[in-house]
Design a protein around this ligand. Structure first.
Ligand SMILES: Cc1ncc(C[n+]2csc(CCOP(=O)(O)OP(=O)(O)O)c2C)c(N)n1
Ligand SMILES: [Mg+2]
Length: 321
């Protein structure tokens, strides 16, 4: 499938932004200034970006505890995210959500989620709304191999199929749920699980933007056309610990180094587009430098921003209808 030049540039920028955002958080979290936990998405960038390149602002996504990449891929503003992670009043959720609860409904980003398996049921609700309102939109749940074993996820696969919802379940399989290997924890096969619920199954290499874009495009088109849900199984690797501070003693020596050396989605993308003459290396260099500046400004602004005040505690708690 031919991908528009504009989409390629936007997608590269999103992947580079996620990488730099996360690398910077890795450094900043170690200083102790950031409250709570952070779970980094480095190594997985092509998945969120390849999927979201097929979505509009009307389409909705639900994310996970490892949600920064999904937010950026769906267009959530970086400075507001950084401030949110620092717990500042200028954050996209006024500093009351933090890393695991970033949401921006104006972008169709329903939220990162500290509850493993929390996204799939939300996406059934969103997809039911899209179907009822006939707005032509689809809802996408990102969930991990660990979350694939949660009852909420399995119930959602069933419900989405029974109600023929415009939903896509994107299983980001990085081989681990915390320190537990997916090969140990996931019985049977994900393909058989999809088949058991009567939905099509697709899989792809999650370190190759083009492979993700193609597979997600098919899955989303199927759901958007009213043919019901699809499971998309994306294979990838995370480059850092489960959370910042995880010593990763359960990973084989050289595993992460090999992923970084041979499966870096940014390197794969750059080689592909420059060799095919689709984009020029200097255009990509310009994006790299613009993103570096954007992240630097976001960190400076976040550190200077005010914390929420006691009076903010009861604001935005309930929605008025
Ligand atoms: C309902 C629930 N159970 C357990 C946890 C603790 N927990 C947080 S992340 C995680 C592992 C999730 O693994 P996976 O879904 O594969 O996502 P990954 O971290 O690999 O991106 C667990 C068990 C939780 N947050 N929520
Ligand atoms: Mg996992």
């Amino acid at each position: 499938m031919q991908i528009a030049r504009e989409t390629l540039l936007r997608s590269y920028r999103a992947m580079r932004t996620i990488r730099d955002f996360e690398e910077r958080l890795h450094v900043e979290f170690a200083t102790g200034e950031i409250p709570g936990f952070v779970h980094l998405y480095c190594g997985e960038e092509a998945s969120g970006v390849g999927v979201c390149a097929n979505l509009t602002d009307q389409d909705t996504i639900a994310s996970t505890h490892r949600g920064h990449g999904h937010c950026i891929a769906k267009g959530v503003e970086v400075a507001g995210m950084m401030a949110e992670i620092y717990g500042r009043r200028t954050g996209v959720c006024q500093g009351k959500g933090g890393s695991m609860h970033i949401a921006d409904l104006s972008r169709g980003m329903l939220g990162a989620n500290g509850i493993v398996g929390g996204g799939p049921p939300l996406i059934c609700g969103a997809a039911l709304s899209h179907k009822t309102l006939k707005d032509g939109a689809v809802a996408v749940a990102f969930y991990g191999d660990g979350a694939s074993n949660e009852g909420t996820t399995l119930e959602s696969l069933n419900l989405a199929s029974v109600w023929r919802l415009p939903a896509v379940f994107v299983l980001e399989d990085n081989g681990y749920g915390e320190a537990t290997g997916a090969s140990y924890a996931c019985a049977g096969s994900q393909k058989a699980r999809a088949g058991g619920f009567g939905m099509p199954y697709l899989e792809c290499d999650g370190t190759d933007f083009f492979a993700v874009h193609q597979a997600a495009g098919e899955a989303i088109a199927h759901a958007r056309a009213g043919n019901g849900p699809v499971m998309l199984h994306v294979h990838l690797a995370r480059w850092y610990g489960h959370f910042e501070g995880d010593a990763m003693t359960y990973r084989a020596a050289g595993e992460v180094a090999a992923a970084r050396a041979d499966h870096d989605c940014l390197t794969i993308f750059r080689t592909r587009v420059t060799q095919a003459g689709l984009l020029d290396g200097t255009e990509l260099d310009d994006i790299d430098s613009a993103v570096r500046d954007e992240i630097e400004s976001a960190v400076i602004a976040a550190k200077q921003a005010p914390l929420p005040e006691a009076a903010d505690l009861l604001a935005d708690v309930y929605v008025r209808y």
